[in-house]
Design a protein around this ligand. Structure first.
Ligand code: FEO
Length: 392
């Protein structure tokens, strides 16, 4: 794809990665992704904001054909999907200085072996003049690394936000065309990498309040030409109350845990509690992460295998612990054949979750009437806890 005009003297560059299905060998990308870079030409200086993932470098270099000089490369974030092509850009434009936050300099030296004298450090709030255009650096740490920053182009009121507000969608559309689809992809992305840093991201959102932002140009996905809704969505994900929602990841080997799960789902629904169910044998963990953004309660459905939790349930529990959702209550239900330490093992895997652990329901073999009664009790307790906390 050729470079594309956003506004006068401001262009999108980058690559649409239609085929990629996994990021960090972990995060599912059902719709591919894009790596967006931007070229801003001021009356005196030209700047490239971010680059692309290393395998896409040739595409970026082709888009830069005809550009006679780059004075600055702003690197908002050291992760290689945005910084990886900097060495190649520097080869072609050796005059360019790399503009970074103080923390990013060392990271880029470590990751890309860029020479120390190539950097210009931008402090929080500092500006860089391109002549008739002015870039303002706003430090927004922990989106999702410690060095991350964004750039506000003052005259055009555009926020170049890198991962912040990004979405993994491969598309030929430059601007957001399907808000529902982008909402889902952006929420998935927030859940997978930013949710653990909610408290810092809340401060970053506060910081952005003082800017008149008319466009957000992220480094993944489409550009927001009406950005209010995505900022409102982020506020809800970061600081909104949990919802009246139980997220129930489960796995079942011989149907006993499945019977418990099905009974609990029915009981919760009867009590007016919403439930999202994830069979871990087949689920997309990105969807599970997304559901955790809103979940007031997590219930893990787990059979015992080899005297401990089924590894898929252990994986989901580890993931929930790493993502640190707003969840306030947790329970474990499941079955076992002869014994084991399933509950103790899972309970030891969630030190990051500030949750009240509710009654657990474990059955030996197939569930009995008493087990179903215990599930009814658990459903009542969850509904009551949600009501008491005003979760809607
Ligand atoms: Fe898109 Fe954290 O890199």
């Amino acid at each position: 794809m050729h470079r594309r005009k956003i506004k006068e003297k401001i262009h999108w560059l980058g690559a649409v990665d239609w085929d990629r299905r996994l990021f960090d060998s972990l995060i599912p990308l059902p719709d591919g992704t894009t790596y967006n870079a931007y070229l801003v030409e001021g009356s005196e200086k030209t700047v490239l904001l971010d680059t692309v993932d290393p395998p896409m470098t040739d595409r970026l270099m082709a888009q830069l054909a005809g550009v006679s000089r780059i004075d600055y490369i702003v690197s908002h974030h050291a992760e290689q999907d945005h910084s990886g092509a900097i060495p190649r850009v520097l080869e072609q434009f050796p005059e360019a200085k790399i503009v970074v936050s103080p923390k990013a300099k060392g990271m880029l030296i470590d990751l890309l072996r860029i020479p120390e004298n190539a950097f210009v450090i931008m402090q929080d709030g500092e500006t860089l003049s391109l002549g008739d255009k002015t870039l303002k650096s706003i430090h927004t740490p922990w989106v999702h690394w410690p060095e991350t920053m964004v750039t506000y182009l003052e005259e055009d009121r555009i926020l170049f936000s890198c991962d912040f507000f990004g979405s993994h969608i491969a598309t030929a559309d430059l601007f957001v065309t399907d808000q529902g689809r982008v909402y889902e992809a952006a929420k998935r992305y927030f859940a997978e990498i930013m949710m653990p840093f909610r408290s810092v991201i809340a401060k970053n959102m506060e910081k952005l309040k003082e800017y008149d932002i008319q466009m957000i140009a992220p480094s993944h996905g489409q550009i927001y030409d009406r950005p209010v809704w995505i900022m409102d969505a982020y506020r809800d994900w970061v600081t909104g109350a949990p919802r009246n929602l139980v997220v129930l990841p489960f796995v079942s080997m011989h149907d006993s845990t499945r019977q418990l799960v099905d009974h609990l789902v029915s009981a919760l629904v009867e009590h007016g509690v919403r439930v999202e169910l994830f069979n871990l044998a087949v689920t997309d963990i990105g969807k599970l992460a997304m559901a955790l953004v809103d979940a007031a309660t997590i219930v893990v459905g787990v059979p015992t295998v080899l005297a401990g939790p089924h590894p898929l349930a252990a994986y989901a529990t580890l993931l929930a612990n790493a993502l640190r959702p707003k969840t306030q209550f947790l329970s474990i239900i499941g079955s076992y054949g002869w014994g084991g330490k399933t509950v103790e093992t899972l309970a030891g895997m969630i030190p990051n979750l500030k949750v009240e652990v509710l009654e657990t329901v474990l059955c030996k073999g197939v569930p009995s009437e008493n087990d179903f009664k215990a599930l009814d009790r658990l459903a009542r307790t969850i509904a009551q806890k949600h009501r008491e906390n005003g979760f809607k």
